[in-house]
Design a protein around this ligand. Structure first.
Ligand SMILES: C[S@@+](CC[C@H](N)C(=O)[O-])C[C@H]1O[C@@H](n2cnc3c(N)ncnc32)[C@H](O)[C@@H]1O
Length: 208
């Protein structure tokens, strides 16, 4: 595991305590449910890779919905919390390079608020690498903090260095890697831990 912000190890128990819910808003749940509906509509099987699964809430939600989940996170502390909460689920210690995951078996990839911790060029490189290893038709859902200004901006994330992406910028990174956008959402800050707009972008890997 090479890309591992140490902050998450230190903060893992606190993170689990202050964010006990799977979703912070109905829109987040709706985005994940719509993504899973797209995954079901492929004939690529039941496997979803959850990249940067954190304390495991969404991985458990997907498993309860009948998917076979490869839940990956580089932080031993976050994985410890995930295993405490969901002892029946398998969690994998890896970063977004997903070297220990067979991406060719995936029908869906979800990365919620985890690629925000990769430098922008690394995000682009990572998406291209995933595209080379995934099957056409695979559905991807990315979520992260956003900005109304064009482009990408670093921000003072509480735990680790992070970048906010304008929805057009993250959509462009996906299309440059070979994914075709299906839809996007942008939500406005809703108080609490939500200081910024947030995007969800859902896309499908196209042929060739
Ligand atoms: C804000 S949490 C989000 C957790 C979960 N995806 C969710 O939606 O609740 C960010 C997670 O990204 C993970 N992360 C940080 N750097 C990463 C990297 N290079 N590759 C994959 N995950 C990473 C952290 O360890 C942390 O668990």
């Amino acid at each position: 595991v090479t890309d591992q912000p140490p902050g998450y190890d230190v903060m893992a128990a606190e993170y689990a305590r202050v964010l006990p819910d799977t979703f912070q808003t109905p829109l987040e749940r709706g985005a994940v449910d719509t993504f899973t509906a797209h995954v079901r509509a492929t004939d690529l099987g039941p496997t979803i890779v959850d990249v940067g699964c954190g304390v495991g809430h969404v991985a458990a939600y997907l498993a309860a919905a009948g998917f076979s989940v490869a839940a990956v996170d580089p932080s031993a502390g976050m994985l410890h919390q995930a295993r405490l909460a969901y002892p029946d689920l398998a969690f994998i210690r890896d970063d977004a390079s997903l070297r220990s995951v067979d991406l060719g078996a995936a029908a869906g990839v979800i990365a919620r608020y985890s690629l925000i911790h990769l430098a922008p060029d690394r995000v682009r490189e990572t998406l291209r690498d995933w595209a080379a290893r995934l099957r056409p038709g695979t559905v991807i859902l990315l979520a992260g903090q956003s900005t109304d200004e064009p482009g990408i901006a670093p921000f003072d994330h509480a735990v680790a260095p992070a970048w906010r992406w304008h929805p057009d910028a993250i959509a462009r990174a996906l299309s440059d890697a070979g994914f075709e956008e299906r839809w996007r959402t942008v939500s406005r800050p809703s108080g609490g831990y939500s200081r910024f707009p947030e995007f969800h972008v859902c896309a499908t890997l196209i042929d060739g």
